[in-house]
Design a protein around this ligand. Structure first.
Ligand SMILES: NC(=O)c1ccc[n+]([C@@H]2O[C@H](COP(=O)([O-])OP(=O)(O)OC[C@H]3O[C@@H](n4cnc5c(N)ncnc54)[C@H](O)[C@@H]3O)[C@@H](O)[C@H]2O)c1
Length: 385
């Protein structure tokens, strides 16, 4: 086991050495009598590299990792997040994560990272460009950023002997499935966008690399629609420009930043005609990453490459979300039905049986509480009382 050891020396009267360490919220103690009256304290935490750790899902995951006794090292180029997130993680957890600012497509920097931190036990790879529309305009930027970053990490994992990786994938790999809900065995479809294709290809890169390297183990987590914010409202989703996702669009409209919420399409084959998605609370999602890391580090994985769906199992329509937001916050939303968006699928939600039973993880937070957390975060960011 590679461990970080922090050694603290204190002088005491009773000539005792105390050694203790914390692993997964459990403190372990060892005592030695020592002539000289010094207490030596060992604190040992497993190191997890979190790429994209100042981003939306990454920052929530860093908080949950720290809460569970892991030591985190964040790499982020801050292309879609800010360094303030680090201070807010510290406010929530009392711990400032190690932080390295660089772009993961820079292989030299990635190598330097693995040399600087020789005790990394596992990686959670969030860092990616993620705007679907932008990926259609700039496909090479997306292929370059999303594919090269993962390839660089995997090459260094092999070279420096880091066995474990958890990868952020997406339900976008299922396209519009023929049968709902989708299980992990539902066939993937051709991607609707270059962004979606990077998730599909990255899954394949991971699967093939693990098949060729028996020491590597990986888990691809296919997220459905992550929403909400940390209950402290210290971290949350902060999209640049006009939000692409429904909930930030709702909260920005409620906050007065947008004149009206556009509901894209009401003629879908769904009960109220609007599109259906599976909205998963971001803290619940973050906790699933800790479970995935525990699974890899404790060798509980059933195969060297595994895939899990992360959703709630409930499909909720856009109009249901609008109603739920209005009901839980008491804020009336100005919304308008407009034409459906090109590339949007009609409906998707997860079958969570495999994640619930095999991973041992389940979403817990209600949609109402999740929407309230998103609104609390938006109000905090905009200075609304
Ligand atoms: N948010 C969603 O709806 C959603 C859904 C499914 C999958 N995902 C995936 O989850 C992951 C995290 O998403 P998020 O919503 O937190 O996104 P985010 O943009 O908030 O976080 C990604 C972070 O990665 C950083 N980054 C991007 N490219 C980098 C690079 N080359 N080197 C270093 N840092 C880099 C950005 O600065 C950002 O802080 C992404 O891989 C995304 O594709 C997100």
């Amino acid at each position: 086991m590679n461990v970080a050891q922090n050694i603290v020396f204190n002088t005491v009267d009773n000539l005792l050495i105390t050694c203790y360490w914390k692993y997964k919220n459990e403190w372990c103690f060892l005592f030695y009598i020592f002539v000289g009256g010094i207490v030596i304290t060992f604190k040992m935490n497993k190191q997890i590299l979190v790429t994209g750790g100042t981003g939306y899902i990454g920052s929530h995951t860093v908080v949950e990792l720290i809460n569970e006794g892991y030591e985190t090292i964040i790499v982020d180029d801050l292309s879609n997040s800010s360094a303030e997130v680090l201070e807010n993680i510290q406010k929530i957890t009392g711990t400032m994560p190690a932080f390295e600012q660089f772009n993961l497509t820079d292989k030299v920097k990635v190598e330097e990272l693995f040399v600087k931190y020789p005790n990394i036990e596992a990686i959670i790879h969030f860092a990616a460009s993620k705007a679907v529309g932008e990926s259609v305009q700039k496909p090479l930027l997306y292929y370059q950023n999303n594919l090269v970053s993962l390839i660089n990490l995997l090459e260094c994992q092999i070279k420096y002997g880091v066995a474990n990786i958890v990868f952020s994938s997406s339900c976008t790999v299922y396209g519009q499935p023929n049968i709902l809900p989708v299980t992990e065995l539902t066939p993937r479809k051709d991607a609707e966008s270059p962004y979606g294709n990077t998730k599909r290809v990255n899954e394949d890169i991971l699967k093939d690399t693990i098949a060729a390297n028996s020491k590597l183990k990986g888990i691809a987590l296919r997220y459905f629609n992550p929403v909400g914010a940390h209950p402290t409202a210290l971290i949350g989703e902060l999209p640049l420009g006009v939000p692409q996702n429904l909930v930030p669009f709702i909260t920005q409209t409620a906050a007065g930043l947008r004149d009206e919420l556009k509901v894209f399409g009401d003629k879908y084959d769904t009960p109220d005609g609007s599109a259906i998605r599976d909205y998963i609370n971001v803290v619940d999602l973050a906790k699933a990453h800790v479970v995935a890391i525990d699974r890899l580090l404790s060798g509980k994985n059933k195969a060297n490459y595994e895939i899990f769906n992360l959703g709630t199992g409930n499909g909720v329509s856009v109009l249901e979300i609008v109603n739920s937001f209005e009901k839980s916050t008491g804020v009336k939303l100005n919304y308008k039905i407009v034409d459906k968006r090109v590339g949007d699928i009609e409906k998707i939600w997860a079958d969570t049986t495999y994640a619930n039973e095999e991973l041992g993880w389940k979403s817990e937070t209600s949609l109402e509480d999740t929407l309230l957390s998103a609104w609390k975060w938006e109000k905090k960011v905009r200075g609304i009382k």
